[in-house]
Design a protein around this ligand. Structure first.
Ligand SMILES: *Cc1c(COP(=O)(O)O)cnc(C)c1O
Length: 379
C-alpha cells in the first residue's frame, strides 16, 4: 500500500540496502582534526578544540556565550540548576518530548508538569500553558505557586520538536506574567530560527545536543547557550567540578559536576560545524521534495510554521489514524526503510505517570499519527 513511499525514499538515497532514519555524515576535516587532537595529547577535559567549538556555536547561533557539556541532557540539567530549581520545585514541560527533558527536571529533585503541544509546531502550546496557569496557580510575593500541590513552579521548558520552532514570543510573555524562567530545549533545532532569531537564544537560557543522531554530532555532546556573562561563568564552573582556577592548587568551592566535553569530541564538532550550512541546505531541499511528493500521495507532511525557518532535522508525516500509522510503520520497516512513531507521551511512562497534566488532546492526537521518515543528508 505504501510502495510509492518506499520507492521514493530508495530513489533519494539511491540504495536497495537498509535505510536508517538518520545517520551522521563525516565529509569534512573530521579525521584531520581528530589526528591533530591525538598528536597534541590533549584529548580530554581541556584543549583548543573545546574553546573553538564553543566560539563557533556562539557565532552561529548569535548567543553571546556557549558552554560545552558532555551531552545534551547534562546541559539541560545544568540549565535547570542555574535557574535555581531544586528539590520540591515544579517545572512545566510538554508531554510530547524525548525523555531527556523530563529526566533532567527529575535530576534536580523537581517535579515535571506536562502541558499540551500545538498541532502546527508540535511544540508547547502557549494557549494550553495559559489555561493551565490560570486554572492551577496563584502569585504570592511575586512567586508562582501551584494551588493543587502548594509547590513553587519555577520554569517552563518548551522543546523545538524535530527542529520546528515553538511559539517562543507568546511563551515568553506568559513566563513574564507568571514570573517563570523560560528554558529552551533546543537539542533538535540547531539551525532553526523564529523570526530570524536562532532557537535556544530567545529564552532565559537554552541547550543543544550533539548526539550521534542530531544534525551535527560530536559523538556525544551538548551546549548551554546564554547572553548573560555571569550565567556563562557559573555554567562553566559547575560543569568543570567547580575548580578554582590556579596554576597548581587543587581547590573546589562547591559540589559540582564533571560534565565537560572532551577535546576529542570538540575536534569532531569543529569539523562538523564547517559543514552545518551545507547540511541545513540539503535537509531543507530534502524536506521540500518530500512535501511535494506527499502532497500528491494525499499524506500530510509536517512543514515549518509561518514566521519560522526549520532545520528539518527529522522529517515527519501525519497518517489518518493510529491504524494507518501502524500499517505504514510495519510496511516501511519490513521493507528496510526505517520509520519511527513519536515518543510515547511522558505521562504514559512509568516514571512520570503521576505527573500533573493539563489537557493533552493535541499530544494524544499527534502521538497516534506522527511517523518520522528517513532524514539523513542525502548528497
Ligand atoms: C537529543 C535530545 C536531548 C539530549 O540528548 P543527549 O543524548 O543527552 O545529548 C534532549 N532533549 C531532546 C528533545 C533531544 O532530542
Amino acid at each position: 500500500m505504501f510502495e510509492p513511499v518506499i520507492d521514493f525514499v530508495r530513489d533519494i538515497y539511491k540504495t536497495d540496502q537498509f535505510i536508517p532514519l538518520h545517520e551522521p555524515r563525516f565529509w569534512g576535516k573530521e579525521k584531520e582534526y581528530l589526528n591533530n587532537c591525538i598528536d597534541s595529547t590533549f584529548v580530554s577535559s581541556v584543549g583548543k578544540y573545546v574553546d573553538r567549538f564553543e566560539k563557533e556555536i556562539a557565532d552561529f547561533t548569535g548567543a553571546k556565550y556557549a558552554v560545552a557539556t558532555v551531552n545534551g541532557t547534562a546541559a539541560l540539567h545544568i540549565a535547570l540548576l542555574l535557574a535555581g530549581i531544586g528539590h520540591g520545585d515544579e517545572v512545566i514541560t510538554q508531554a510530547l518530548t524525548f525523555v531527556a527533558t523530563c529526566n533532567a527536571i527529575n535530576y534536580t529533585g523537581a517535579h515535571p508538569i506536562l502541558v499540551d503541544v500545538d498541532k502546527d509546531t508540535l511544540g508547547m502550546s502557549p494557549q494550553k500553558l495559559e489555561e493551565f496557569l490560570e486554572a492551577n496557580t496563584e502569585i504570592k510575593k511575586g512567586k508562582c505557586y501551584n494551588t493543587k500541590t502548594g509547590r513553587a513552579i519555577k520554569a517552563v521548558v518548551p522543546m523545538h520538536t524535530f527542529g520546528l520552532p515553538a511559539k517562543l514570543e507568546e511563551l515568553q510573555k506568559l513566563c513574564n506574567k507568571y514570573n517563570l524562567k523560560l528554558i529552551e530545549d533546543a537539542a533538535e533545532s540547531l539551525g532553526s530560527y523564529r523570526n530570524d532569531r536562532h532557537t535556544g537564544t530567545l529564552g532565559w537560557i537554552g541547550t543543544l545536543s550533539f548526539n550521534g543522531n542530531k544534525i551535527i554530532t560530536t559523538g556525544g555532546g551538548g551546549m548551554i547557550l546564554t547572553n548573560n556573562a555571569e550565567l556563562a561563568k557559573r555554567a562553566k564552573h559547575i560543569t568543570t567540578t567547580a575548580k578554582v582556577p590556579h596554576k597548581w592548587e587543587y581547590r573546589h568551592d562547591q559540589v559540582a559536576y564533571n560534565y565537560r566535553l572532551p577535546n576529542i569530541n570538540a575536534a569532531l564538532g569543529c569539523a562538523q560545524m564547517e559543514q552545518l550550512p551545507t547540511f541545513i541546505k540539503h535537509k531543507r531541499e530534502l524536506a521540500e521534495s518530500y512535501r511535494v511528493f506527499f502532497e500528491n500521495q494525499g499524506i500530510q507532511f509536517v512543514t515549518e510554521p509561518s514566521g519560522t525557518r526549520s532545520n528539518y532535522w527529522l522529517n515527519a508525516v501525519l497518517l489518518k489514524d493510529r491504524e494507518e500509522r501502524d500499517s505504514f510503520l510495519k510496511e516501511t520497516n519490513e521493507k528496510g526503510v526505517m520509520t519511527r512513531p513519536a515518543w510515547q507521551l511522558m505521562n504514559e511512562l512509568s516514571m512520570y505517570k503521576g505527573a500533573q497534566c493539563g489537557d493533552l488532546s493535541n499530544s494524544e492526537w499527534l502521538e497516534a499519527r506522527i511517523v518520522n521518515i528517513p532524514s539523513s543528508v542525502s548528497k
